[in-house]
Design a protein around this ligand. Sequence first.
Ligand code: PLP
Length: 378
Amino acid sequence: MSEPIAFVDLQAQRQRLGEGLRRAIDAVLEHGQFIMGPEVNELEGRLGQMSGAPHVISCGSGTDALLLALLAQGVGTGQAVIVPALTFAATAEAPALLGANVVFADVEEDTFNINPQSVEDAVGVAKGAGLTPTAVIAVDLFGQPADYDALETVAQAHNLWILADAAQSFGARYKTRRVGTLGALTATSFFPAKPLGGYGDGGAVFTRDDTLAAALRSLRVHGQGASKYDHVRVGLNARLDTIQAAVLLQKLQIFEEELVQRDVIARRYQEGLSRHVQVPRLRPECTSTWAQYTVRVPDRSRVVSTLAARGVPTAVHYPTPLHQQPAFQSCLRAQPHLPVAEALAQRVLSLPMHPYLRPEVQERIIEGVLVATEGRSL
Ligand SMILES: *Cc1c(COP(=O)(O)O)cnc(C)c1O
């Protein structure tokens, strides 16, 4: 069998980054400010420049970022937070942990993102249950921003605020705006396999609002007030490690080029596959970070096993929609069934995707998919 293929090749990236990475980590070992060292501030500044968000508050993970954003807005008991059913568990976990009621909405078949009409239905369900709908968490699934203009319209009509879960989409654009400025608050993740990933956990919250930014900075350090042992709110320990900030600063230097490379690779998949399987649709007003390249196939187990036999790893994002997970059985739903999320969970398949996927390796992957689908046309 030919050489195995990586689903996400972090070693190729590490080789490219070279000695600078080691020097950046060594510098932290030397100065010894492992918590809130100078690299943390520098990283926040760079992320702000890149996204156009006036305030960036780094934190311990993408899940912390979601929690901090909801805490800063005072989300809790009696409130309903609307969440897409097809996403990673953290999106629903954060509001649920704070005592809010999660209402799951359905997603769109071709972009995988939350369906604004289903959000409208979810508002009605929440009100019918005697809850106050307060927020919608728009997930930019697989790297493409959700339909923010349509979501804004629904949000304004019902007095909701939007939290953008940009764990997979930092670096993408929506019309003239960049991710980080699309919701009232934006949460992202620096988990190693995300498009911008550290060598451990990390995350950040973005906002334009000065008051929210001050609350977030306080919440990240035990609700700190004017001095270290002054606590003005109940907060968390949710800081980003200085070493992770140092690593991320190095990775940021090549991030824009990596995004271009991801686009080239997505295009090659599109050209090789679009006549045989359903490829993702990128809206004309969006760019994607291509955190995942996810196709829809009728007979998934056959494609998975054919590719596995050829040394091609695949993944399923996500095999069970959250409203069907045991942990979220008590949550409400916009409709009794969320048919699109349920059908997608049966058919989606993510292929290897990273900026260092060489053309000949990608050819092998495409060929495997064609063999599995017997080269049938759609
Ligand atoms: C990865 C991810 C998160 C959580 O990020 P962590 O850094 O792993 O806590 C949240 N939402 C989505 C959509 C994700 O993909």
